[in-house]
Design a binder for this molecule. Structure first.
Ligand SMILES: [Zn+2]
Length: 67
């Protein structure tokens, strides 16, 4: 399942979420729907597959920067 990175245009909150089919993505902070999907190079690097924990953020500083 793809994990996309979004930025909320309403509050500026940046987050990653797992997007299922036709599921509407809302900001976890303000519940806003004015989101911009960012290109995340963290989830799928293409080089090493499997054994990569996409939920923990891994060693990507961009992904693990949100708190
Ligand atoms: Zn928001």
């Amino acid at each position: 399942m793809p994990i996309y990175e979004y930025r909320c245009e309403d509050c500026g909150y940046q987050f990653e979420t797992l997007v299922k089919n036709n599921e509407e993505v809302t900001c976890p902070k303000c519940k806003g729907k004015n989101l911009t999907r960012l290109l995340s190079a963290c989830s799928f690097t293409g080089s090493s597959k499997s054994n990569v924990s996409v939920s923990s953020g891994g060693n990507c500083s961009t992904c693990s920067s949100f708190s």
